[in-house]
Write a protein that binds this ligand. Structure first.
Ligand code: AVJ
Ligand code: FE
Length: 435
């Protein structure tokens, strides 16, 4: 049975690595070399940096650490260390050219698959359940989301296309909010094999009763905030948020503009009317926080979000996903860049949680009111720079994953974080209130 389990884990790891590389290839082959090496925004790396960084992380962990192999290119480690050079400085580094970056990443991958085939899984914590391979597949997929953000920031004609997401089936019949009664639930995980360090360990949390939106806040709802003078009234804003609004003269989500009385947005090279029913995207934490205050509500805490998403009161346990323990499917959630936009609020009836809330997984990352902090019993694994150095009041937690992230890097316990001013990310939110 042990060897059979190891075979299943290996197949899962190979599939996750392949899926990630297909996505990386699409994102980096859909623009020319000039666009690969250009900086489309000072907030982002050139796409060619992400490509070689993906290969370098894989070399460091799967070839050198797991495989005990010699360094292929020790000379480039510093260039692709995210802590050594800020994003804005990366275009002026002597980076690998597109063809070199492609062949480096491909060469690393070939050897990593050899290592996977010849390394016993188990023993070292890094290898248990094939963790190191799952971690590297998640890392690549996280950069694939980062690269999609770069695609969204670039100007010029569309380079990517995808089919439209499904519509909402019973949106009109849905209540605006659902009640989650007070009580303890299990937050985080100690059993999910590829869960990252910040999701661990599982622990009990007391959460008083609250009500939470059935769906993420829509563009139409957000437009009502704008049209009610939301961006001109200081009373809705946290002090730093108000300072940001004034300094940058913010008037709407990123990529929105007004033309002849109509709100338009730019999305992957196309300008289109802002769709009323779609979850609002590209808002900062400060904008989400201000909207919630204007609406007489608040952002959910991270624990509230996870309880609404995972807690099954009938079974008295937390699920892996809102719909149960089974992996995501196209019927349950909008993930994996299968569509290049969120689905309308009320879509994915098959993905709803026991609380009755929908679209918790996929569509848009959801800002929570919580700072990114370690769970009780946290231990950095396998490196401090993944999570630990980011803990503190400077970063806010986002939950649930967007249309741009793959299922391998998204689950009921997955935690993302960013600065509260960030709005180029695929971020939206839902609101809550005390019961
Ligand atoms: C978890 C999305 C905040 O992109 O900065 C990628 C993921 N860590 N490489 C990031 C990550 C190292 C990380 N986020
Ligand atoms: Fe990285």
């Amino acid at each position: 049975a042990d060897t059979q389990d190891a075979e299943v884990l290996r197949e899962r790891a190979v599939a996750a690595l392949l899926t990630a590389r297909e996505r990386t290839t699409l994102l980096t082959d859909s623009v020319d070399d000039h666009e690969l090496t250009a900086q489309h925004s000072p907030l982002m790396s050139p796409l060619v940096w992400d490509l070689a960084h993906i290969g370098n992380q894989e070399e460091l962990w799967l070839l050198r650490d797991v495989g005990g192999r010699e360094a292929m290119r020790p000379d480039i480690d510093g260039l692709y260390d995210a802590f050594e050079h800020p994003r804005a400085a990366r275009p002026s580094l002597p980076l690998l050219a597109p063809a070199e970056a492609r062949s480096y990443a491909a060469e690393v991958r070939g050897r990593a698959l050899d290592v996977l085939g010849s390394t016993p899984l188990g023993g070292r914590p890094l290898l248990r359940s094939g963790f190191a391979f799952g971690m590297i597949a998640q890392h690549e997929q996280q950069h694939d989301e980062t690269m999609l953000i770069t695609h969204q920031l670039r100007t010029g004609p569309a380079a990517l296309s995808a089919p439209e997401p499904p519509g909402a089936t019973d949106a009109a019949a849905l209540p605006a909010e659902v009640l989650v009664p007070g009580g303890t639930f299990t937050m985080g995980t100690s059993t999910e094999p590829w869960a990252l360090d910040n999701e661990r360990p599982a622990h009990r949390r007391e959460v008083p009763g609250f009500l939470i939106d059935t769906a993420p806040v829509t563009c139409a709802a957000y437009r009502a905030f704008i049209e009610d003078g939301g961006y001109t009234e200081q009373r809705w804003w946290a002090p730093e948020g108000w300072a940001m609004v004034r300094e940058h003269e913010l008037k709407a989500p990123l990529f929105w503009h007004r033309d002849a009385g109509q709100w338009l947005r730019r999305r992957f090279g196309v300008t289109e009317p802002v769709p009323a029913d779609e979850p609002v995207l590209h808002v900062s934490w400060y904008e989400a926080d201000a909207y919630a205050r204007w609406a007489g509500r608040r952002l959910p805490t991270e624990a509230e979000w996870e309880k609404a998403a995972r807690h099954d009161p009938a079974a008295g346990r937390s699920r892996r996903y809102p719909w149960g323990d089974e992996d995501p499917t196209p019927e349950r959630a909008n993930l994996g860049q299968r569509h290049l936009r969120p689905a309308p609020a009320g879509a994915y009836a098959a993905g709803r949680s026991p609380s009755g809330a929908g679209q918790l997984i996929g569509d848009v990352w959801e800002w929570t009111s919580s700072d990114f902090l370690p769970y009780p019993g946290f231990a950095p694994f396998p490196y401090r720079e993944y999570s630990e150095v980011f803990f503190g009041p400077g970063h806010k937690v986002l939950r649930g994953g967007s249309f741009a992230v793959d299922a391998v890097a998204c689950r009921g316990t997955f935690r993302n974080w960013d600065l509260p001013v960030r709005r180029q990310i695929f971020s939206g939110f839902r609101t809550a209130r005390d019961a």
